[in-house]
Design a protein around this ligand. Structure first.
Ligand code: SF4
Length: 479
C-alpha cells in the first residue's frame, strides 16, 4: 500500500489521443519529495535541452504534492511545470484552490501531458474514467466561464476545473491557468497549455488517500491548525488574510495596503509613492472593498481565508486571488475600484496579475516617451483606465501593438527598438519579471524559482543574476 500518494500518474498524449495510467516508483518520492521535485526529475529525464516550449515534445505536468489531499493544513497546491516560452528554461507555477486534492481523490498524483491536439479539447477525469473531449464550443470563452460551462455539460457541479482563457489560446507569454480560487500564472505556462490545444482539465474524485498512522497524524494537524488560525484577537504577527482588511493595524505589518502602496513601485515599476497612504484613502478604499467583497474564501483545508468573492455592479462575480488586489491599481496609478473591475476581465482572459499590469504600464510609458506612436496606439481611449482596458483587449487578442506586447516586456522591447529596452524595468536578463513583485526582490521567490529554473537546460552549478531596478544587485548561488 502507498501512503499519502496514490502511486499512479496519468500520461496523456494529446497528439495521438492516448491515455495511460502508469504506476510510479516510490523511490522517486523518497528522493525528490513533492510535486515540484518529482516534476523537475521527469522534465530533466524526458525533455532534452533543444526542445522548444511550443514543441509537441515539451511536457506540461500538473502535480499534487505528497501531503496534498491529506488532512495536512493547507496542503492543496497544484504544481504545474513546463519549459517556459518567456525564459526557455524550466518554469513552475503553483496554484492553491481545490484542484490538486480532487486529483488525488480521483486516484492520481500527476497528469503528464505531451503532444498537441489538432483541435481544442478538454480532459475529463472522473475517478477511473478519463476522457479527452471536444472543446471547440469553448473556444474564446473566459477561463471561469469555461469552468462553469464544463460543470454544466458534465452535470457534475463538484468537478474542479483548471482552464485557460483567450490569452492561453493565443499563446500570450504571460497567460495563466485559472482555477477559480487560484491560478498558476508565472512563466507563461498557460500559453503552453493553449499551444497543446488543451482548454481545461476537469476532475472529480471520490476515493480515499491512505495515511500510515492516522491518529498520530491527525493530532499533529490539529496542533498546526490551532497555531496558524487567524483570529481578530490573536493574529500571527506579520500574517493576515490579504483580502480581510485595509489600513495598517499594529499587528499586521506585512500585507496591509499602506505598506504595499508606499513601498512597492507604481506605474511601470519606476515610482515609489512614499506618502501615498492617508486617512482619506483608507476610508475610500475600505468602503470600496467592503462593498465589493461578498465573502472571504480559503483554499482546500486552510483556515486563512485570504481570497474573496468580488461582486462589482455591471460585471460578473469572481474570486479574487489575494495578490491581484493592488497590481492593476498601482500600475495604472488608479484606485481600488478600478483594480477590482479590471481584474475580473483579466481573470476571464487568463493572464498573470503581476506581469500583465506591468506590460500595459510599460506600453504607456513608451507612448509617453514617443517610442510608441499614435499610429501604434490608434483607437486607444484618452482616459487612463480606458487605456488599460484597451491594451488588455489588444494584448490577449494579439491585435496590432498587442501582438508585440503579448510577448512580454523583454521581447517586446527588442522588437520595438528605439531605446525601448531602457523601459523594460522588470527583466532580469531574459527572465520576464521573475523574482520581482512590482520590482521588489522577494527572497522566497528568488530562492524557490530561480534555483529550480537554473537547474534545467543550462545545468549550471553556479549562476548569477543581475537585478535591474533602482539599484543593481548581483547574486551568486550554488545549486
Ligand atoms: S487560503 Fe491563502 S494561506 Fe490558505 S492555502 Fe490558500 S493562498 Fe495559502
Amino acid at each position: 500500500m502507498r501512503y499519502a500518494e496514490t502511486g499512479y500518474n496519468l500520461e496523456i498524449d494529446l497528439s495521438r489521443g492516448n491515455i495511460e495510467r502508469v504506476e510510479t516508483d516510490p523511490r522517486d518520492t523518497e528522493l525528490y519529495l513533492g510535486g515540484l521535485g518529482t516534476n523537475a526529475k521527469i522534465l530533466w529525464d524526458r525533455v532534452p535541452p533543444e526542445v522548444e516550449p511550443f514543441s509537441p515534445d515539451n511536457l506540461l505536468i500538473f502535480s499534487t504534492g505528497l501531503l496534498c489531499g491529506t488532512p495536512a493544513i493547507g496542503a492543496n497546491r497544484t504544481i504545474v511545470t513546463t519549459y517556459s516560452p518567456q525564459t526557455l528554461l524550466m518554469a513552475y507555477s503553483m496554484m492553491g484552490g481545490f484542484w490538486a486534492p480532487e486529483l488525488k481523490y480521483a486516484g492520481y498524483d500527476k497528469v503528464i501531458l505531451r503532444g498537441k491536439s489538432p483541435d481544442l479539447v478538454y480532459l475529463w477525469i472522473n475517478n477511473d474514467k478519463v476522457e479527452i473531449r471536444d472543446a471547440s464550443h469553448l473556444q474564446g470563452k473566459g477561463a471561469i466561464e469555461t469552468a462553469e460551462l464544463i460543470r454544466q455539460e458534465l452535470k457534475e457541479p463538484k468537478a474542479q476545473v483548471a482552464g485557460i482563457g483567450l490569452a492561453g489560446e493565443n499563446r500570450i507569454y504571460f497567460a495563466s491557468i485559472e482555477q477559480g480560487r487560484s491560478s498558476a500564472s508565472r512563466g507563461g505556462i498557460g500559453a503552453v497549455m493553449g499551444d497543446k490545444g488543451l482548454k481545461a482539465i476537469a476532475v472529480r474524485g471520490t476515493k480515499d488517500v491512505n495515511i500510515a498512522r492516522p491518529a498520530e497524524f491527525m493530532e499533529l494537524c490539529e496542533e498546526v491548525l490551532e497555531y496558524i488560525k487567524w483570529r481578530e484577537d490573536k493574529p500571527i504577527p506579520g500574517v493576515m488574510p490579504i483580502l480581510a482588511g485595509l489600513g495598517s493595524p499594529q499587528e499586521m505589518k506585512v500585507h496591509d495596503e499602506k505598506w504595499h502602496t508606499e513601498n512597492f513601485m507604481w506605474g511601470n515599476s519606476r515610482t515609489r509613492r512614499k506618502d501615498f497612504w492617508n486617512k482619506e484613502v483608507e476610508e475610500k478604499w475600505t468602503e470600496t472593498m467592503e462593498n465589493a467583497r461578498t465573502r472571504l474564501i480559503s483554499c482546500y483545508n486552510c483556515p486563512m481565508e485570504c481570497g474573496a468573492t468580488i461582486s462589482v455592479p455591471g460585471i460578473s462575480t469572481y474570486m479574487m486571488k489575494c495578490f491581484s488586489k493592488l497590481t492593476y491599481t498601482m500600475a495604472a496609478y488608479s484606485d481600488l475600484d478600478f483594480g477590482f473591475r479590471i481584474a475580473q476581465r483579466a481573470t476571464e482572459y487568463g493572464v498573470d496579475s503581476y506581469s500583465t499590469p506591468q506590460v500595459m504600464a510599460f506600453a504607456l510609458e513608451l507612448y509617453e516617451a514617443g517610442i510608441l506612436t499614435d499610429q501604434d496606439m490608434a483607437g486607444m481611449p484618452s482616459d487612463n483606465e480606458g487605456r488599460f482596458y484597451w491594451l488588455l483587449d489588444r494584448i490577449v487578442r494579439r491585435e496590432g501593438i498587442g501582438d508585440v506586447l503579448a510577448n512580454g516586456t523583454h521581447k517586446a522591447s527588442i522588437q520595438i527598438g528605439k531605446g525601448a529596452e531602457e523601459y523594460a524595468h522588470n527583466n532580469i536578463k531574459k527572465h520576464e519579471q521573475l523574482p520581482l513583485n512590482l520590482s521588489m526582490l522577494n527572497p522566497v521567490y528568488f530562492l524557490t524559482q530561480t534555483s529550480w529554473n537554473q537547474k534545467s537546460k543550462v545545468g549550471a552549478k553556479i549562476f548569477s543574476f543581475e537585478l535591474r531596478t533602482t539599484q543593481k544587485i548581483s547574486c551568486h548561488f550554488r545549486t
